[in-house]
Design a protein around this ligand. Structure first.
Ligand code: PGA
Length: 252
């Protein structure tokens, strides 16, 4: 099986000193040459440079939690693709449910950010997933279909290897309730169908991660099948022991 991709999303946590301690502890535990999984750290903007300095000589990648859809100019508070690349970022999360549902990002915002990031040379982790209410109405697939189609329909096929989808059911994020492995497989195969509908056979090459209360206890049952290419980890990525356990269990 190809290497799994494990991404740690630190959200709005950790000042620079804490970020330095966490990233160096992760590397110490894994060892500089660890390569059984692909690992990416996503600290808050303010810690990117600090974390980059810790990981730059290792196999671990680094990214940001969001990016502006604009290239530069009068957009107070925004951070551009070129600013992220200047800090060493190769990855960016777009459309995280906290940005969709708390900050109020629209489908159009996410479409524009996705295009700007891809055209600027970043790898995009595009998050999709249904709310609890949508799951109760059994409309997960149509919700995810709309999220994928609206973000990706104009994307040039040349960028497909720079896109990763993260299926993150909103009701599972930070709640301790993870989706059942068999349900994840069903949704991931539906996502594959949507992606091949958009891009033909090439859509099969887009990796699909699961996110939502991933821990060392559930990682193996969630990702040990061909439909799940890795995990986007929130809470459990904030401690080096739980995050490295997840990585090592995913990499066997
Ligand atoms: P969680 O967060 O692992 O804390 O549920 C996942 C995410 O929001 O990416």
């Amino acid at each position: 099986m190809p290497k799994k991709l494990i991404i740690g999303n630190w959200k709005m946590n950790l000042i620079r000193e804490e970020s330095k301690l966490l990233s160096s502890s992760i590397l110490n535990i894994l060892g500089d040459n660890y390569d059984k999984c692909e690992v990416v750290l996503i600290p808050p903007y303010t810690s990117i440079e600090t974390v980059y300095n810790c990981i730059k000589d290792s196999n671990t990648g680094i990214g940001a939690q969001d990016v502006s859809s604009e290239l530069f100019g009068a957009f107070t508070g925004e951070i551009s693709v070129s600013m992220l690349k200047d800090l060493g970022c190769e990855w960016v999360i777009i459309g995280h449910s906290e940005r969709r549902h708390i900050i109020g990002e629209t489908y159009e915002d996410i479409r524009k950010k996705t295009n700007t990031a891809l055209e600027g040379g970043l790898n995009v982790i595009l998050c999709v997933g249904e709310t609890e209410e949508q799951r109760d109405q059994d409309i997960q697939i149509s919700v995810i279909n709309k999220q994928l189609e609206s973000a990706l329909s104009g994307v040039n096929k040349n960028y497909l290897s720079n896109i990763v989808i993260a299926y993150e059911p909103v009701w599972a994020i930070g709640t301790g309730k993870n989706a059942e492995p068999e349900d994840i497989i069903v949704i991931h195969s539906e996502i594959k169908k949507i992606l091949t509908g958009l891009f033909g056979n090439d859509g099969n090459n887009i990796r699909i991660l699961y996110g939502g209360s991933v821990t060392p206890d559930n990682i193996v049952s969630i990702i040990s099948n061909e439909f799940v290419d890795g995990a986007l980890v929130g809470g459990a990525s904030l401690k080096s022991d739980s995050f490295t356990k997840i990585i090592m269990l995913a990499g066997v």
